[in-house]
Design a protein around this ligand. Structure first.
Ligand code: GTP
Ligand code: SPV
Ligand code: MN
Length: 615
């Protein structure tokens, strides 16, 4: 029988008894060889990365090209978030709602307890105290993650504020979220026989479970991204969205940027785009148009709360970026390219023969030879991808050359505008402005986007992804819509303006019409022009649209006709869209669904007029 797991001497702060008791309980359940408290120090990083290199989990990159950086290759069966294995375990299934997978908490707990039982045999159990947001900030929250994956420990150390500062601040009575994670591969079997570890242990059975009432996370079987770095999607979105609903704030899948105009006026924008739809890129935008400056505050998640002046303030609860590598290069995102100069963990990208990394889009011409993300020989003639489409870099935000001074401010920044966008090859115009908060919420609620490699499953399938939160809302989506309506009422005339954007319209050959990336600054310029009241908009049923001559297209190689087509209202397409929205709204419980959104749909349908296009 295993008794209490020993505590190592690495911890300088005595954990509060509630944390210590939970850790003891989990150690009793999972029976690791030892328990290590993570302190977030450089020495710890060095020790862990060295151990992982020796073990085969990490490859040290050539320090001449990429100092203190590593490549991890995951198991090909563990490469992205697993939405079909993600569960909201509320007591009442209606509190999870029609867009979430649900399991009864008592049953799920039993099943998980069986899976976690002795799941860490032969391994080290790490305890990671962490803060989402600056430690002790009014908008910040605490968590403690337990994991048996050193890769997760090193990644959490880049992505969140981990270690003694957070632990010390968690005094008795301070709320904290317990987040339990195991890759689910014990190294000692039931007969006591030890087996060798693999480079990327994971279990075929995966469960990413959230208990909204008790604010707990249990994640089993995966070591990848949002499945395993539990501060990110599990806590900062699924659990935090429940806290936010109860406490009158918002936890959103949004980037945050600080924009300075040529007149030196400062604006802050938050933007919700679904996974792998351009948040990191917009967050690091390097404007092509003169006089404009964009600085980064966050690239994935925003926590927003009305401040003392009644205006919405936002923090980035994270401390690093877990960014999509493919497509990231000096021509698309020079800022990200500079950010990852060193101290970076790369996952599922290719290894060059000179010991640096490579992926599609990093350079115009591929290396003549490389080792692909699965460890196979690769040449441009291979006909396969060198990097996995969801290959990623993990790096701290403070390495980003465009990081704003305010990114670490516990009070956050005042949000002037909120943008919603997705991958829409047709229908949704380049940019439109909601006439009201209610229409803005309608824009968010009716977002749809093509699926990407950020989650397992089919890529390129158009699906509804309201507020880019489909996989991340921790409660009933209809209640979430109602919460947005309620926040608008709370904010009143101090509420941010809301816009819809779409960088992804395609032509008959399937090519993107809008050049995107740095050129998105032109759309930001139009949005700021609207905030300032300097520019006009054509009122249409889908919101205010730009006048072509007021959109700065100087120096763009795209034809005016092509631009006109993506900034106009495509009426037949919108008539079809309105019908699809009506059907979608019908999937929600009538009694929970906000009347405001139905009114918006009625108004849209009426204003578009009858569908006269022959089908
Ligand atoms: P998550 O981290 O999964 O939440 O993704 P994200 O929303 O931060 O997306 P990211 O900025 O990493 O972009 C994902 C992919 O979309 C990358 O391959 C980018 O190159 C591509 N992309 C981003 N912005 C644009 C754009 O303006 N136009 C086009 N055509 N592609 C873009
Ligand atoms: C996303 O899928 O939206 C991500 C990557 O940001 S993950 O952390 O895996 O969720
Ligand atoms: Mn994301």
């Amino acid at each position: 029988m295993t008794l209490l797991a020993p505590r190592t001497a690495s911890v300088r702060t005595r954990p509060n008894p509630e944390i210590a008791d939970w850790v003891d309980d989990i150690a009793r359940l999972t029976t690791p060889d030892e328990v290590v408290w993570v302190d977030g120090s450089t020495a710890e990083w060095d020790r862990l990365t060295k151990e992982m290199v020796a073990q085969g989990t990490l490859i040290r990159l050539n320090p001449e090209w990429r100092p203190n950086s590593f490549l991890a290759r995951s198991d090909p069966a563990d490469v992205a978030r697993v939405e079909d294995r993600t569960f909201i375990c509320s007591v009442d299934p209606d509190d999870a709602g029609p867009t979430n997978n649900w399991r009864a908490p008592s049953i799920m707990r039993l099943e998980l307890s069986e899976l976690f039982s002795r799941s860490m045999r032969g391994r080290t159990m790490y305890v990671i105290p962490f803060s989402m947001g600056p430690v002790g900030g009014d908008l910040s929250q605490f968590g403690v993650q337990i994991t048996d994956s050193p890769y997760v420990v090193a990644s959490m150390a880049l992505m969140t504020r981990v270690g003694d500062d957070a632990l010390q601040a968690m005094t008795p009575g301070t709320p904290w979220v317990p987040a339990l994670h195991s890759v689910g591969v014990p190294l000692i079997d039931d007969n006591g026989v030890r087996r060798d570890d693999t480079a990327w242990p994971h279990n075929e059975t995966k469960y990413i479970c959230h208990f909204p009432e008790t604010r707990e996370i249990w994640s089993f079987g995966s070591g990848y991204g949002g499945n395993a770095l539990l501060g990110k999607k599990c806590f900062a979105l699924r659990i935090a969205s429940v806290m936010a609903r109860d406490e009158g704030w918002m936890a959103e899948h949004m980037l945050i940027v600080r924009v300075t105009s040529p007149e030196k006026k400062v604006f802050h924008l938050a933007a919700a785009f679904p996974s792998a739809c351009g948040k990191t890129n917009l967050a690091m935008l390097a404007p092509t148009i003169p006089g404009w400056k964009v600085e980064t505050i966050g690239d994935d998640i925003a926590w927003m709360r009305p401040g003392p002046d009644g205006r919405l303030r936002a923090i980035n609860p994270e401390r690093g970026f877990f960014g999509v590598a493919p497509g990231t290069g000096p021509s698309t995102n020079p800022t990200a390219t500079q950010t990852i100069w060193g101290n970076t963990i790369f996952t599922n990208v290719a290894l060059r023969d000179d010991g640096d990394v490579w992926w599609e889009g990093l350079t115009d011409s591929p290396p003549a030879h490389a080792t692909d993300w699965e460890g196979n020989d690769w040449t441009p003639a291979s006909g396969t991808r060198a990097a996995h489409p969801n290959g990623r870099f993990t790096v701290t935000a403070d390495q980003c050359p465009s990081i704003a001074d305010e990114w670490n401010s516990p009070d956050g920044v005042v949000i002037d505008a909120i943008l919603f966008g997705g991958r829409r090859p047709s229908t949704v115009p380049l940019v439109s402005q909601a006439r009201s908060w209610q229409q803005g919420v309608f824009m968010g609620a009716t977002m749809a986007s093509e699926t990407t490699a950020a989650a397992t499953g089919e890529v390129g399938r158009l699906r509804h992804d309201p507020f880019a939160m489909l996989p991340f809302a921790g409660y009933n989506m209809a209640d979430y819509f109602a919460h947005w309506i309620a926040m608008g009422e709370l904010l009143g005339d101090k509420a941010p303006q809301i816009f819809s954007v779409n960088w992804f319209r395609t032509d008959a050959d399937g090519r993107f019409i809008w050049p995107g990336f740095s050129e998105n600054a032109r759309v930001i310029e139009w949005i700021v022009g609207r905030l300032e009241g300097d520019l006009a908009a054509r009122a249409t049923p889908i919101g205010g649209l730009p006048l072509a001559h007021e959109l700065n297209l100087e120096g763009l190689s795209v034809g005016v006709d092509e631009i006109q087509a993506i900034i106009d209202l495509d009426k037949p397409a919108w008539q079809r869209e309105a019908a699809a929205i009506a059907e979608y709204f019908g999937t929600f419980d009538e009694t929970r669904f906000p009347a405001e959104l139905r009114r918006e749909l009625d108004r849209l349908t009426r204003d578009l007029g009858p569908d006269v296009t022959p089908s």
